[in-house]
Design a protein around this ligand. Structure first.
Ligand code: MRU
Length: 365
């Protein structure tokens, strides 16, 4: 998507420098900083520290990490070591494991002298595929928004609510939950987006920055406001992304998503999940008991972070010193609270049959 008139992806390969470039998202929305990733340690740090974040982007970054590993030493032992090193960076988003497995399987089937070139080609392929998947999710989600718009009188905007940042910054381009939003806006459908701030990391600020850059009308709200807005008929549709969705359609996403789904169900508001197929974990059925939930530093909760007038990142404590903080980063929304899954192949029910119908190659024997 565009930043000050220039089209950017959230990562790109600089062929001249033979190195990956990323947007260091810790500085957004205050500063747009590009960083070169040179070593495997840099790759791991970028993921752990959330310079890059969002399930699809973490996966694409890891694929470039495997490409670097193959260039440094294409032996099977080294690739296995790199796989394990990158795999342990973040536990919840399945795209990381998906990308690492895809790279490892592909490379180990090749002679060592072909692995470096093939690894870089595959990383490009994974990045390009992500863009295409998200574009298709956008087209499928656009039809849902269009239907809601058609049911409105006086050209009132369709009011959407989103949580976290499932935008182009969280993917390679387009975003998942934001792709239908961008496409509806570009198609001239009047929309307005309620953007949850998403404490503690405030990914909503990233979403606001994206939507603002694209001219999409939106309002930044506290995480606690959603239920109130739904109760007063001010939300037509909730749309969120996902970090891992199980084969029966349980949706793991940023902490707080579950509460939005409960409020949506209580107020008859449709709750949709934008789901790229690499985010489906076909090995897991029950999301609540089977998905590992990342526990991040308590400091993210006891302190708030921003940028001061001098442009430095600063943290301010909001609790009494020594207060213990708890920071589960994701939660699971059971499938019965999900109205539909918007995938690149179409929209389906959040059920085993719904997903098997769209992805028959994964269906149970
Ligand atoms: O902790 P983060 O910022 O990596 O979490 C991101 C999310 O939870 C997104 O909603 C999810 O990855 C979907 S992104 C297309």
């Amino acid at each position: 998507m565009k930043v000050n008139g220039t089209h950017y992806r959230s990562l790109w390969w600089d062929a001249e420098k033979a190195a990956l470039q990323i947007i260091d998202q810790r500085w957004l929305p205050h500063d747009f900083r590009v960083q070169q990733v040179d070593t495997l340690e840099d790759y791991a740090e970028a993921i752990v520290e959330m310079r890059v974040r969002g399930a699809p982007l973490i996966g694409a970054t890891a694929a470039y990490g495997m490409a670097l590993a193959a260039r440094l030493d294409p032996s099977t032992a080294h690739l296995d070591k790199a796989w394990a090193f990158l795999d342990k960076t973040r536990p919840t988003a399945i795209n990381l494991r998906w990308a690492l497995n895809r790279c490892r399987t592909h490379l180990l089937a090749l002679p060592e002298d072909q692995r470096a070139e093939a690894a870089l080609r595959l990383a490009h392929e994974i990045a390009d595929e992500d863009v295409e998947i998200n574009r298709s999710i956008g087209l499928n989600g656009l039809e849902i928004i269009r239907k809601i718009a058609d049911g409105k009188t006086n050209g009132e905007p369709v009011r959407l609510l989103t949580h976290c940042n499932a935008g182009w910054l969280a993917t390679v381009d387009w975003g998942t939950a934001t792709s239908p939003i961008y496409q509806a806006h570009d198609a001239g459908i009047p929309i307005h987006v309620w953007v949850d701030e998403t404490r503690p990391r405030n990914q909503g600020a990233l979403t606001s920055w994206e939507l603002g850059s694209h001219g999409v009308p939106h309002t930044y709200i506290t995480d606690n406001a959603g239920g109130h807005l739904m109760q007063h008929g001010l939300v037509d549709m909730v749309i969120v992304g996902t970090d891992r969705t199980t084969r029966r359609g349980d949706v793991c996403n940023k902490i707080g998503t579950y509460l939005k789904a409960l409020a949506a169900r209580a107020n008859n508001v449709p709750f949709y999940v934008a789901l790229p197929s690499p985010t489906i974990d076909w090995t897991v059925t029950d999301g609540v008991s089977e998905i590992p939930i990342e526990e991040r530093s308590a400091r993210e909760v006891t302190h708030i972070q921003g940028v001061n007038d001098a442009g430095e990142i600063v943290q301010v404590q909001v609790t009494p010193r020594g207060t213990p903080g708890g920071n589960p980063a994701f939660d699971v929304t059971p499938n019965h609270l999900v109205t539909g899954l918007i995938t690149e192949r179409g929209v389906c029910a959040a059920t085993p049959e719904g997903l098997d119908g769209l992805f028959p190659e994964q269906a149970r024997i």
